[in-house]
Design a binder for this molecule. Structure first.
Ligand SMILES: NC(=O)c1ccc[n+]([C@@H]2O[C@H](COP(=O)([O-])OP(=O)(O)OC[C@H]3O[C@@H](n4cnc5c(N)ncnc54)[C@H](OP(=O)(O)O)[C@@H]3O)[C@@H](O)[C@H]2O)c1
Length: 261
C-alpha cells in the first residue's frame, strides 16, 4: 500500500505525537521511510522502546522517542527539547493524539470527562503548535497536521463528546492556518472514518460478521474498514511540498462514507 520510493522528507525532522501504535506509528513509519528523522512518543516508556525497536528492525533508524503525557505542559516542553537536542531542528509536527474515555449518551458525559477530552484532544495540540511553530518558522517553511475524525462531521451515538472535540479541531486547523501562513507554515488535518486500531477495537473485535455489519450500517463504499497505512500516506502528502498550496483543509479518509458536500 505504501509508496516508499518517495523520499520527500530527506533532511527533514518530524514530531509525531501519540505514536507507539495505531495511526501514529504508521505515520512515523511512513515519514521515516521517506527519509525523515522522526521523534515518537506516548505515555509509557516501554511502549516507546518497543515502537523504536520495531522501526529499527525495519531499517528505519533515524528514530528517537520519549515518554510523556501530551496534555502535560512539562512533557510537551520535554518532547520539543528532546527533538531539538537529538536532531537540531523541526520541520513537521503531526498532532496525532486523541482519546475517547467512555461510550455514553451525550447528556451522560460528566464535566470531568468533558474537560479531559478537550484538554487532550484540543488544548494539547494548540499548546504543541505554539511551542513548535517558532522552530518550524526558523527553517523558513513547514507543515502541521492534525488528526480529527469523521465524527467531527457526523455525530456518532456513544462518542458524541469526542466528536465535538474533533469538530473543534476543524476550527483550530483553520485558525492556525490563517495565523501561521505568514511564516510559510501550512496547517491541515485528516478526518479518518473507522480505522482498525486498538482505539476502535470495540467496533470490530467481534469478528468478520461484526465487521460486515459495520461496513453496511456505516455505508462504507469501498467495502472494508480502514487500516492505519490508509491515513499515513495522506498525512505524508499534507506534510510534504506536494500539498504546497493547501492550508486550513481537512481530508476525509473514510472509504467513501458521505459526510459533507
Ligand atoms: N481508529 C479510528 O477509527 C480513528 C478514527 C478517527 C480518528 N482517529 C484518531 O486517530 C488518533 C490515533 O488513534 P488510534 O486509533 O491510532 O489509537 P491507538 O491505536 O489506540 O493508539 C493511541 C496512541 O496514543 C498514545 N496515547 C494515548 N494517550 C496519550 C496521551 N495522553 N499522551 C501521549 N500519548 C498518548 C498511546 O500510547 P500509550 O498508551 O503508551 O500512551 C498510543 O501510542 C486519535 O487522535 C484518534 O482520535 C482514530
Amino acid at each position: 500500500m505504501a509508496n516508499n520510493q518517495c523520499r520527500r522528507f530527506e533532511g527533514k525532522v518530524a514530531i509525531v505525537t501519540a505514536s507507539t501504535k495505531g495511526i501514529g506509528l504508521a505515520i512515523a513509519e511512513r515519514l521515516l521511510a521517506e527519509g525523515a528523522s522522526v521523534v515518537i512518543g506516548s505515555r509509557n516508556q516501554n511502549n516507546v522502546d518497543e515502537a523504536i525497536e520495531y522501526l529499527i528492525k525495519k531499517g528505519l533508524t533515524k528514530v528517537a522517542g520519549i515518554a510523556g503525557h501530551i496534555e502535560n505542559t512539562d512533557d510537551q516542553q520535554k518532547l520539543v527539547g528532546f527533538t531539538l537536542q537529538k536532531f537540531g531542528k523541526i520541520n513537521v509536527l503531526v498532532n496525532n493524539h486523541g482519546i475517547n474515555l467512555r461510550f455514553s449518551h451525550i447528556l451522560k458525559v460528566s464535566d470531568q470527562i468533558w474537560d479531559k477530552l478537550f484538554e487532550v484532544n484540543v488544548k494539547a495540540g494548540f499548546q504543541m503548535t505554539k511551542l513548535v511553530a517558532p522552530h518550524i518558522a526558523k527553517e523558513g517553511a513547514g507543515s502541521i497536521v492534525f488528526n480529527s475524525s469523521l465524527s467531527a462531521y457526523k455525530s456518532q451515538p456513544g462518542i458524541a463528546a469526542y466528536g465535538i472535540t474533533k469538530t473543534a479541531l476543524v476550527g483550530l486547523t483553520r485558525a492556525l492556518a490563517m495565523g501561521l501562513a505568514k511564516d510559510n507554515i501550512r496547517v491541515n488535518g485528516i478526518a479518518p472514518g473507522l480505522i482498525k486500531t486498538d482505539m476502535s477495537r470495540p467496533y470490530w473485535e467481534g469478528g468478520e460478521e461484526m465487521e460486515k455489519g459495520l461496513i453496511e450500517s456505516q455505508d462504507i463504499a469501498l467495502g472494508r474498514l480502514g487500516v492505519p497505512e490508509d491515513c499515513a500516506g495522506t498525512v505524508a502528502y499534507l506534510a510534504s511540498e506536494d500539498s504546497s498550496y493547501i492550508t486550513g483543509e481537512m481530508i476525509i479518509i473514510t472509504g467513501g462514507v458521505q459526510a459533507r458536500l
